[in-house]
Design a binder for this molecule. Structure first.
Ligand code: C2E
Ligand code: MG
Ligand code: MG
Ligand code: MG
Length: 286
């Protein structure tokens, strides 16, 4: 292979690390431009209250419309944004855009994901206050999603931040519950408004007895602590049925609606008729 043309030699002996580093640097360079070039966009996915059969919230999910790579998902650039600190400005943009957008969906709550890096940033609470003030969104209509990882290192500090956020009047949800270092102590020492059961449990609900047991106990636990439970990643009617039967309050997943741009979400909301399928299932179960 090294014989194929003189230029190939250099490439051939280049250590893999350098290539990875180059790719990373290129991505970093592009990401620095993304905000300025207006390449970031938010998609929204509905959260459905099973009991009322209505969409009560939407989760804002970040996308990067890269000029040559196409639509890049957050898993591919958020880690880099976190490592470089860019997540602070990107995160503020997300917050502002989501709150602004929520104004055109009266009565709906908007959920925004917070990176642990944002969570630890000393200006977080002020930023949230400022964005709410600037946009005029009622604080109760904003829900901030955090993961367990923000609680593990300095629980005291984390609880102070969470209390300050609660003081503003925003809702707090624990995202991806069950995947991290879940501690019941966290739930006890801080009253989250909502627990989102990670999709890994929902996906395996039908074939893993353990998943059902876990889902059942999380629902029971959050019920007794006066929190809402949302099941993430609901893709089939069977899963929705099971969750309904277990008393899960809220669901989110491709079965109900995929993340879509704001305009499409507006259309989705306008067309929403509830789920007759679920309605009849409920009467059957009763
Ligand atoms: P998440 O907050 O747990 O969001 C749910 C993820 O599951 C989303 O992936 C969503 O598209 C996907 N999902 C929803 N329903 C289904 C389903 O039925 N089946 C399957 N297989 N997947 C489903 P996405 O949009 O790729 O986001 C991945 C993660 O990136 C998010 O997980 C969140 O942790 C992070 N993220 C997204 N947007 C932001 C943001 O604005 N800021 C920060 N810091 N993180 C974000
Ligand atoms: Mg989330
Ligand atoms: Mg999640
Ligand atoms: Mg996640």
């Amino acid at each position: 292979r090294a014989k194929q043309g003189g230029r190939g030699n250099v490439r051939f002996f280049e250590p893999q690390m350098d290539l990875e580093l180059q790719a990373r640097k290129a991505l970093e360079y592009d990401l620095r431009q993304a905000l300025l070039k207006d390449e970031l966009e938010l998609h929204y996915q509905p959260l459905i209250d099973l009991e009322a059969q209505k969409v009560s919230a939407v989760e804002a999910l970040l996308r990067w419309r890269h000029p040559s790579r196409g639509l890049v998902s957050p898993g591919e650039f958020i880690p880099l944004a976190e490592e470089t600190g860019m997540i602070i400005s990107i995160g503020e943009w997300v917050l502002r855009t989501a709150c602004q957008q929520a104004l055109s969906w009266p009565g709906l709550r908007v959920a925004v994901n917070l990176s642990p890096v944002q969570f630890r940033h000393r200006e977080l609470v002020d930023t949230v206050k400022q964005v709410l003030e600037d946009t005029g969104l009622e604080p109760g209509r904003l829900e901030l999603e955090i993961t367990e990882s923000v609680l593990i290192n300095d629980t005291e500090a984390a609880l102070d931040i969470l209390s300050a956020l609660k003081g503003i009047g925003v809702h707090i949800a624990m995202d991806d519950f069950g995947t991290g270092y879940s501690s019941l102590g966290y739930l006890n020492s801080f009253p989250f408004d909502k627990i989102k059961i990670d999709k890994s449990f929902v996906t395996t609900l039908e074939d893993k007895v353990k998943s059902l047991a876990i889902v059942r106990s999380v629902i029971g636990l959050s019920e007794s602590l006066s929190m809402t439970t949302t099941a993430e990643g609901v893709e089939t009617m069977e899963q929705a049925m099971l969750l309904l039967g277990e008393g899960c309050k809220q669901v989110q997943g491709y079965f109900f609606g995929r993340p879509v741009p704001a305009l499409e979400m507006t259309a989705f909301l306008g067309n929403w008729q509830g789920f007759t399928v679920l309605k009849s299932l409920k009467t059957d179960a009763a």
